[in-house]
Design a protein around this ligand. Structure first.
Ligand code: TTP
Ligand code: MG
Length: 364
């Protein structure tokens, strides 16, 4: 079974504005166009008490909250803060799917279950997951000043629902045995993906909760909201969501190549170029907390014939010295006497290095 986290920064743009100008703390901050024709991007929780929310016209927001502090927004700052938050997440695991500027999914199954081989007792697993999530929350708070909410569950749909459950600064778990009981009484609108209009239509038919529409069955629900939508939604109402986490290292390899302005047989030049490329690629891998197992060199000769030479190591590594000596070994196998037009190197067979680089998490 998977253990997934969904995290989402609380009132993201507004919270960054408060960090940039602490005198705004505790006040109704509304980001998204100080002009009358603007649209609200987000509002601080203080402003939400007045009914202000994302996508509302600024005109309406001003009517609801005349004392609101309306700001245009500072996208470079939002991007920087987002990067810092994701950096904390990547220090925990490379198994991350970024969904938006302020949210993402983490697959922590390996981390939790590996450090827990001795006991697969559910309560124990849950405690470990909560401890890890709390550590991430603390780390984000400490390094950025932002609060995030984390939801923990065994699929994406439930993890996202859980992160919303106790916002702001929330932490909530939906364990397998409790999912249906938690889902059933929820108002239809709480189900991610169901729009307001559809919810109103269902309400008019006397259907108000998840249980109400679940009991219709998929086919009947299809008559009301359309087959395609029902097919997607119905399993979720039953706590089922098979969507996998799609991590960046779906990307299979990292590489660089270059074409020389004139063909060359200079072995030192070729070695130097590849060695520099390897240093660069290695830096990208380190940034993403990845290990590589296979090193490949590609050579295109003056006559456009092309050869690739690969070498797979016994185990994946991020040791640059070792990779460089592997590079030299592979180079020995290549014909570098014919003039070379293009040369390139790539690292592939990638895997996460979280187990090695956990630092603050490794005592979990
Ligand atoms: P959200 O995570 O939806 O909202 P939020 O972070 O402001 O509040 P919370 O998560 O606590 O409910 O969106 C993240 C940011 O994306 C938000 O701060 C501003 C931006 N955004 C828009 O610009 N327009 C929108 O309609 C929405 C929903 C968000
Ligand atoms: Mg958010």
């Amino acid at each position: 079974m998977s253990i997934l986290f969904h995290f989402d920064i609380d009132a993201f743009f507004a919270s960054v504005e408060v960090l940039l100008n602490p005198s705004l703390k505790g006040r109704p901050v509304i980001v998204g166009g100080s002009t009358q024709r603007g649209v609200v991007s987000t509002a601080s929780y203080e402003a939400r008490k007045y009914g202000v929310h994302s996508a509302m016209s600024t005109h309406m927001a001003r009517q609801l909250c005349p004392n609101g502090i309306f700001l245009d927004g500072n996208f470079n700052a939002y991007r920087d803060y987002s990067k810092q938050v994701f950096k904390v997440m990547y220090s925990c695991t490379p198994h991350i799917e970024k969904v938006g500027i302020d949210e993402g999914y983490l697959d922590v199954s390996q981390l939790i279950l590996q450090s827990n081989r001795d006991s697969l007792d559910q309560a124990h697993v849950q405690k470990k997951a909560m401890d890890l999530a709390q550590k991430l929350k603390d780390q984000v708070k400490e390094s950025t000043g932002l609060t995030i909410s984390i939801g923990i569950s065994y699929n994406k749909f439930l993890a996202k629902l859980a992160s919303d459950w106790k916002k702001p600064d929330g932490l909530f778990v939906i364990p397998q045995g409790e999912a249906q009981d938690l889902l059933d009484p929820l108002p239809i609108l709480k189900v991610h993906g169901l729009g307001k209009k559809t919810a109103q239509k269902l309400n008019r038919l006397g259907l108000f909760t998840v249980k109400d529409i679940r009991l219709l069955g998929e086919v009947n629900l299809g008559y009301l909201i359309g087959d395609t939508w029902a097919r997607d939604l119905y399993p979720k109402l039953c706590g089922i969501d098979p969507r996998p986490i799609v991590t960046y290292y779906e990307r299979k390899s990292y590489g660089r190549e270059t074409t020389f302005s004139s063909d060359t047989t200079d072995l030192n030049l070729l070695k130097g170029v590849l060695s520099d490329f390897l240093t660069e690629i290695h830096a990208s891998l380190m940034q993403k907390h990845l290990l590589a197992k296979t090193l490949t060199i590609k050579v295109k000769y003056y006559d456009f014939t092309q050869h690739t030479h690969s070498h797979s190591l016994a185990s994946a590594t991020d040791d640059l010295g070792f990779l460089k000596s592997t590079l030299e070994e592979v180079l020995l196998q290549i014909d570098l006497e014919s003039p070379v037009r293009l040369i390139g190197i790539s690292l592939s067979n990638l895997s996460g290095s979280s187990e090695k680089q956990l630092s603050i998490f490794d005592h979990l």
